[in-house]
Design a protein around this ligand. Sequence first.
Ligand code: IPE
Ligand code: IPE
Ligand code: MG
Length: 239
Amino acid sequence: MHIAIIMDGNGRWAALRNLNRQAGHRAGARAADAVVRAAVRQRVDTLTLYAFSCDNWFRPRPEVEALLGLLRRYLITATDRCLEESVRINVIGRRHRLNSTLKAQIEQSERLTAGCSRMHLRLAVDYSSRLSIIEAGRRLRDTPLNAPAEYLRFLAAAVHSDPVAPEVDLLIRTAGEKRLSDFLLWECAYAELLFLDCLWPDFDAAALAQALEEFSCRQRRFGRIAAVKETSEIQAWKR
Ligand code: IPE
Ligand code: IPE
Ligand code: MG
C-alpha cells in the first residue's frame, strides 16, 4: 500500500486565524508528524509526503527558509522515533540547491534509519515529477524496458528513492485544489485520487482512517471490465 499526500492549505489555515504563513507551516509540520505515526499504525508500506516542490523556490525567501528550516527540525526530532518504530526515512528530489546543514541532516536521518523496514517514509523536497522523468530517461540510455513498471527503478534512482517505491495506490490532496502540481505523475498512473476540502493542518489520524475507508470502497479495474482482485499487500493491509 503506497499512499502519497499533497499537503496543501497551510497558508489558508493561517490566514483564517490572522496568523502569518510561517505559523501555518508550523501547524502543517505538526499534522505531518501525527499522520506519519497514524500511517505506521495503519500498516501503510510507503508514505510519500510532498513537502517542497521545485516551484516553491519562487515563494518569498523568508517563507522558503522557514519551510526548509522546519524540515530540518522535523528530521532531527523524528529520526529517533522512526528508529523506534522501524520507519525508514528517505528524502526524494534534488539535493544540490539545499544548504549543507539540511543536506547533512538528510544524510544522517537516512543513514540511521537505513535498516528500518516497517514503513518507507519518503519526503519530497525540491521535487519535480517532470524533472525526475527527464532525468530517469537520460539514465535509461539503451536499456531495453519490457514494462512501464520497470521504469520505476530509473525514477527511483533519479530522485534518491531507496528502496524503489511501488506505484501509488492512493493519492490524497488537501485544501480543495484538484491538481497534481507536478507530483508523482508517472507513479500515479492508476492511483485512486482523493481531493479533500480539509486544510492540511486540520488533517489528522481520523482523516487518514476515513481516507483509507474511502479507498477500500473503490473498485480498481486497470483497464479491464471487472474489478481486479486486490493485491496480496492490500488484502493484508485490510485484515
Ligand atoms: C502547503 O501549503 C505547503 C507547501 C506548499 C510547502 P501552502 O503554503 O501551499 O498553503 P496555501 O495553498 O497557500 O493555503
Ligand atoms: C504543492 O502545493 C506543493 C506542496 C504541497 C509541497 P502548491 O500550493 O505549491 O501547489 P499549487 O501552486 O497550488 O499548484
Ligand atoms: Mg498551496
